[in-house]
Design a binder for this molecule. Structure first.
Ligand code: C5J
Length: 244
């Protein structure tokens, strides 16, 4: 890979990876109230939603670093149109949830676009100029414009955070890998309702020499981004100083 002024070595498993920040996007998967808060889709399926809280602070630290470095940021949301026309009946009928997709709940209709539960958690709320991908499936490429968007921005690598590790994160990583992108999943920025599935979900990605991608951490990303973060902080201080 040709190195440029924006290329950095990121500590990762199964081996460190060189990334050009200018060709790298941060993708945050489904950090929505429906998955992380009581009364949403996750809880209707019988899950302990408090298991996902551990990913929020690390994810927020990477989001702040990515914003400081001027990296492309993409947020995804799983959910369906109010008339359920994009929700396969097999998905709605599955299992024995306390409320099904589209049913009314304490945060509005379960997993429906525009409802309070479908929105992002406040700690990771997108800025106006960041990209939001609404997806009806588990993967971020199925029935979305994500592929075209990444191509238009010249993106070759993704840093991936979000929930849940073994469902929407894993599905998206597999889709990304098949499309030729290099994908680094940040372990502490992801979570599952089942800690053992989180561990296995990460192991599946990085096994066999990195069969689907790499696994790294928020600390490693922040360390690799330090020059960019410091540069932005210094220039912000200069701007603030100049205004005084
Ligand atoms: C699930 C997701 N678990 N975002 N969705 O149904 O992982």
């Amino acid at each position: 890979m040709a190195t440029s002024a924006t290329t950095r070595l990121l500590d990762a498993e199964p081996q460190p990876i060189e990334l050009d920040w200018a060709a790298t996007a941060l993708v945050i998967i489904d950090m929505q109230r429906d998955f992380l808060e009581p009364g949403g889709f996750g809880e209707t399926l019988g899950n302990d939603v408090s298991q996902l809280a551990r990913a929020v602070a690390p994810c927020a630290s990477v989001l702040a670093a990515a914003r400081a470095a001027g990296m492309l940021v993409v947020h995804t949301r799983e959910g369906h149109l109010p008339d359920l026309s994009d929700a396969p009946p097999a998905k709605i009928a599955r299992g024995a949830p306390s409320r099904r997709i589209g049913d009314p709940g304490p945060m509005g209709r379960i997993l429906i676009r525009g409802e309070a539960g479908h929105d992002f958690i406040p700690e990771l709320y997108p800025l106006d100029d960041e990209i939001v991908i609404d997806k009806p499936g588990k993967g971020a490429f199925y029935a979305t414009d994500l592929g075209e968007i990444l191509q238009n921005f010249g993106i070759a690598n993704l840093l991936v955070c979000g929930v849940t590790t073994e469902v929407c994160v894993n599905t998206t990583v597999r889709e990304v890998n098949d499309r030729g992108y290099r994908c680094v999943v940040l372990a502490d920025c992801c979570a599952s309702y089942f800690p053992e599935f989180h561990e296995m979900g990460l192991n599946m990605i990085k096994a066999q020499g990195g069969i689907f991608g790499w696994v790294s951490s928020s600390a490693a990303v922040r360390a690799a981004m330090t020059p960019e973060i410091l540069a932005t902080e210094t220039s912000n201080q200069r701007t603030v100083g100049a205004a005084q």
